[in-house]
Design a protein around this ligand. Structure first.
Ligand SMILES: [Zn+2]
Length: 333
């Protein structure tokens, strides 16, 4: 079995919503079982946000990504053959499709910032098809962030506040917001970095997608958004939301896509309350997810296999299966 993690570096639980800060009507669902971190899934009665509580301390979060994250998510970590790793993951193909959605909105010479650029596939694609763009990014994994840049000239900075206020034409963040301790803080920082008329594109997993096991919830994802809660969060930072809903790319089914714009005056407001119907819909969606004997056995089996084969080989098998599934999907007319 993989070694148990003794100290997760969790922060004190103040009973407040991670998204809006309210402590009204916070509903406990169940303990996180993917990694057994001691966190629990909660829903906010005010904003309908869903999140894990308690969160990590700063030191705990850093330690999590340096250690347990790689063992818990072996499919995300390169093992032996890097060319095969990236080919099976399909990063470049997704990056090309994402850029196709965004690029028409970018003027010649636009300055683009990517938060959490991962292996750099999107920046690499942007550098290839739009060499006029000025690319700035932040990515804490400095050992791997250059893997898919393909020579694109990118200036890496520590985070969004490190760029000059009102100096950026576009901010993008793909599958990053759900990892952050403070998602509203991200929208506020993006608003400050964008110049008037600058645009923001965000991609996060959809809480209302067809997940059906508690293993959907794990400590790498601290927040879980429905489209409505995501929209109200962005609006509270003063950004104008142009659209927020199902992702337009078929390959990213089960993902939300938010597009927003910075108005002339950036006025922050409190997060608007959710309609009662939204809170009820979120509750129903989570209540339908059980945790029966089959789920428990599957979780136990997964941990056994990880312990026997090691994270590298298990990750390779997972990527291969996903790759095969994608090929089958592409062949289906
Ligand atoms: Zn809330």
């Amino acid at each position: 079995m993989p070694e148990r993690i003794k100290d997760w570096g969790l922060a004190p639980d103040l009973g407040q919503c991670r998204l809006c800060g309210s402590s009204a009507g916070q509903r406990y669902f169940w303990a996180e079982v993917y990694a057994g971190s001691g966190q629990a899934l909660r829903r906010c009665g005010y904003c309908a946000g869903v999140y894990l509580a308690p969160g990590f301390t700063d030191a705990g979060l850093t330690r999590f990504y340096q250690g347990p994250y790689r063992r818990l998510f072996p499919a995300e970590v390169p093992w032996r053959d890097k060319a095969r790793f990236f080919a099976w993951r399909g990063d470049r193909d997704i990056a090309r499709q994402r850029l196709g959605l965004i690029e028409p909105a970018l003027a010649a010479g636009a300055r683009l910032f990517e938060l959490g650029s991962g292996f750099g596939a999107f920046l690499g694609q942007a550098g290839r098809s739009r060499p006029d763009l000025a690319l700035v990014a932040s990515e804490p994994d400095s050992a791997h962030r250059g893997e898919l840049l393909d020579g694109a000239p990118v200036r890496f900075v520590d985070n969004l506040p490190a760029v000059q206020p009102a100096s950026v034409d576009a901010v993008v963040a793909f599958h990053v917001l759900e990892h952050l301790p403070d998602p509203l803080g991200f929208f506020q920082q993006a608003g400050e970095a964008l110049r008037e008329g600058g645009q923001l594109w965000v991609e996060v997993p959809d809480l209302m997608a067809a997940w059906n096991t508690r293993l959907f919830v794990h400590p790498a994802h601290l927040s879980y958004f429905c489209a409505d809660a995501l929209r109200r969060l962005a609006e509270a930072s003063g950004l104008q939301v142009i659209s927020c809903g199902q992702h337009p790319l078929a390959a990213l089914e089960g993902t939300l896509w938010l597009h927003a714009r910075r108005p002339e005056r950036l006025a922050e407001t409190p997060v608007r309350a959710a309609a009662q119907a939204t809170v009820v819909a979120v509750d129903h969606w989570i209540e339908r997810v059980g945790w029966g004997l089959r789920d428990r056995l599957k979780n136990f089996g997964k941990r056994r296999v990880l312990g026997l084969l090691g994270a590298g080989l298990v990750g390779e098998l997972q990527r291969w299966r996903q790759y095969r599934a994608r090929l089958r999907q592409e062949r289906t007319p």
